[in-house]
Design a protein around this ligand. Structure first.
Ligand SMILES: [Zn+2]
Length: 209
């Protein structure tokens, strides 16, 4: 089933926070990178019941709003276990970048490669895509893939931060993203949406093999 999606660019890095929900208006919040009160307000106005926060990875610009959103809405939070050190270092990273960051969110559980995460009528398949960070994941729901900072329109995630690995990133994109149907829409952590077909044809950083 394809979800309904509301994109909210939040915080100093204009991270795409995605509200993803089904016909029953039950869903998840992906990457609340700031502006927790605004996110909670949009959920209330649009009558969406969020049942969890899912993180594509543990970088601070994707989770600065998470702890406050957990407090406002009592939400569990999930990410890949391999990004726990990234998450634990996110407060230090935020202070280095001059971002105000009050609290690291509480982790409820971990998302594993191949796992199906259910929220109401929606199913998210977890695809491990290490490279930008060791525990980066893509969340696939119908023909929509929420990619975090693994791939962007005509670009890919940086690999010069701790835990980054450019060969691993290229491998993840070829194995987990370029093997999806060309019509799959990619929802990146920053910037506009794109598709698997467009990136296979034009992404200058990772060519299909
Ligand atoms: Zn990142």
């Amino acid at each position: 089933m394809n979800p309904q999606i509301i994109t909210l660019p939040v915080g100093d890095f204009q991270t795409n926070c995605y509200l993803v929900f089904g016909p029953d208006r039950v869903g998840v919040v992906i990457d609340p990178g700031g502006e927790a009160q605004h996110i909670a307000q949009v959920l209330a106005e649009r009558q969406i019941k969020a049942t969890a926060i899912l993180l594509t990875h543990g970088h601070c610009d994707h989770l600065i709003g998470a702890a406050q959103l957990q407090e406002l809405l009592d939400l569990p939070l999930y990410l890949s276990e391999a990004d726990l050190p990234t998450l634990e270092g996110s407060a230090a990273d935020a202070s280095f970048l001059g971002l105000s960051f009050t609290k690291v969110p509480k982790v409820t559980g971990y998302l594993k490669d191949g796992q199906i995460f259910k929220a109401g009528q929606l199913e998210f398949k977890v695809l491990a895509t290490p490279g930008h960070t060791p525990g980066g994941i893509v969340l696939l729901c119908g023909d929509c893939a929420f990619c975090g900072d693994t791939i962007f329109e005509n670009s890919v995630g940086r690999t010069d931060l701790p835990g980054g690995d450019s060969r691993q990133l290229a491998n993840s994109i070829r194995r987990q993203i370029y093997t999806l149907p060309d019509s799959t829409t990619l929802y990146p952590g920053h910037g506009p949406t794109t598709t698997v077909g467009l990136e296979k044809r034009s992404n200058p950083f990772v060519r299909p093999l």
